[in-house]
Design a protein around this ligand. Structure first.
Ligand SMILES: Cc1ncc(COP(=O)(O)O)c(C=O)c1O
Length: 437
């Protein structure tokens, strides 16, 4: 007899309903039983107004355990699971552990297909265009390393604001294929049109560009790059585009079609709030011929995106929890979440604009900002300066942040609230910044 995860879960779920306790394990179960226990935003209120509704966001915060002992403003690393997601993950972990290979070998693939389906639905693409990965790095590294067709006369492009490991991998293409590499520098504060112009100027100055990496939201300062416009300019010049959406999905509310790219890497363990160990690779139908299968895999028809990743044994329970994470994310609403995070950022960046001892980094117009931002003390841009600033915030003011290194303009400290961060916590940051003179 084949025991399916969903059947097991359903049995447990029915038992739990009778006991009035636990939630179910998979999205399928939620789907069958209704979306109980999830936040419900008030009806007929705009995302901008809801962003200021402290009652609602206090209710949302109640779904999360707090970091004790510090004001944590470093939520760009990974997202915290809300209680219903954590419960589902714990249940899935128990089930996988109990059923072991009997489950994994016989039933896991079918359940994992549901997770793929939910990711594809949420991103607005076909199921066969999505491959689950362990993180965005796995997706983007494979795209870069398995890109075919570079030669010594070609060049590749990346930006100073790209993710450091991906810049290294782009530079590795020099050694692998003798291709040249070009780095475009984006100003430390920029508007959408200024960023676009920087890219267009770089395309014009480098007619041998064949491949580019573009980051939707920079890990350095949360700057939004106008991917769709830049990709359209790139494509018209025959430049292939790999898009890093590791930090953007869930921080911003969008679909893949808004990006206008054929290949992208995503994380679910940041702003979608899944357990750690879940990313996704997007490859548009018909675009597979330029990205080789993972070494040793075969796909003569170039029709199976799954052959571009070799994931091997991984955290089954994390992947089974994807539908629950997406359910929770969607119950708040992508646009509501984006607006709240932008509002929390504005609470400190609006104040910082008038502090002459502070340099803000990131957007110059609201479209270029997200909920994430960075700053440093005026003209103090070395790594040591940023480290000292991070330490002062932590030791003198009880505020946890992270330094970022890699921008052409120098190092900084990144501030990243989450949906459970309160305006009071942001006030503490503003008070601290005033005293940093
Ligand atoms: C822009 C960007 N790209 C890539 C990554 C890598 O994400 P992961 O370590 O989950 O693969 C991050 C992580 O912070 C990021 O911010």
């Amino acid at each position: 007899m084949t025991i399916k995860h969903s059947q097991l879960s359903r049995r447990k779920f029915l038992g739990a309903i009778a006991a009035g306790t636990v939630f179910g394990v998979s999205g399928l179960v939620y789907g069958q039983a209704g979306r109980r226990g999830l936040p419900v935003p008030p009806q007929a209120i705009s995302a901008d107004s809801l962003a200021r509704d402290e009652d609602f966001w206090r209710e949302v915060a109640g779904y999360y355990d707090r970091t004790e002992g510090i004001v944590n403003l470093e939520h760009g690393y990974w997202g915290k699971m809300a209680h219903p997601v954590q419960n589902a993950f714990i249940e899935a972990t128990k089930m996988v552990n109990a059923q072991n290979s009997f489950y994994a070998r016989k039933s896991y693939d079918e359940d994992a297909r549901l997770s793929v389906h939910r990711v594809a639905q949420a991103l607005g693409v076909h199921d066969d265009e999505i491959v689950i990965t362990r993180n965005a790095t796995e997706a983007i590294h494979n795209l870069i390393r398995q890109y075919q067709g570079l030669g010594p006369n070609d060049a590749v492009l990346y930006a100073d604001l790209d993710y450091p490991s991906f810049k290294d991998t782009m530079r590795w293409l020099e050694q692998a294929y003798g291709a040249g590499s070009v780095e475009v520098e984006i100003p430390q504060r920029a508007t959408q049109s200024e960023i676009l112009k920087r890219y267009i100027d770089t395309f014009d100055a480098n007619p041998n560009l064949k491949l580019m990496l573009i980051t939707h939201v920079s890990n350095q300062h949360g700057l939004v790059v106008p991917v769709a416009e830049i990709a359209s300019q790139a494509k018209s010049r025959g430049i292939d585009v790999i898009c890093d959406s590791a930090q953007s999905w869930g921080l911003l509310d969008f679909k893949v079609s808004d990006l206008n790219v054929d290949w992208a890497g995503f994380n679910l363990h940041k702003w979608i709030g899944s357990p750690i160990g879940v990313g996704a690779l997007y490859m548009k139908r018909g675009s597979l011929n330029k990205i080789a299968p993972y070494p040793g895999e075969s796909d003569p028809e170039n029709s199976h995106a799954s052959t571009r990743v070799h994931m091997a044994t991984s955290n089954f329970a994390s992947i089974l929890t994807i539908p629950d994470a997406i359910d929770f994310h969607e119950s708040i609403g992508g646009q509501n979440k984006e607006s709240r995070l932008r509002y929390l950022r504005q609470l400190w960046t609006d104040e910082a604009e008038s502090m002459s001892h502070i340099e803000l980094l990131g957007g110059s117009d609201e479209e270029s900002w997200t909920g994430m931002g960075s700053f440093r003390l005026q003209a103090r841009n070395s790594v040591a300066d940023a480290r000292e600033l991070q330490q002062r915030l932590e030791n003198d003011f009880g505020i946890f942040t992270v330094i970022r290194v890699g921008l052409a303009s120098g190092s900084c400290v990144r501030i990243t609230p989450q949906v459970f961060t309160s305006p009071d916590e942001i006030s503490k940051l503003v008070d601290a910044m005033k005293k940093l003179v």
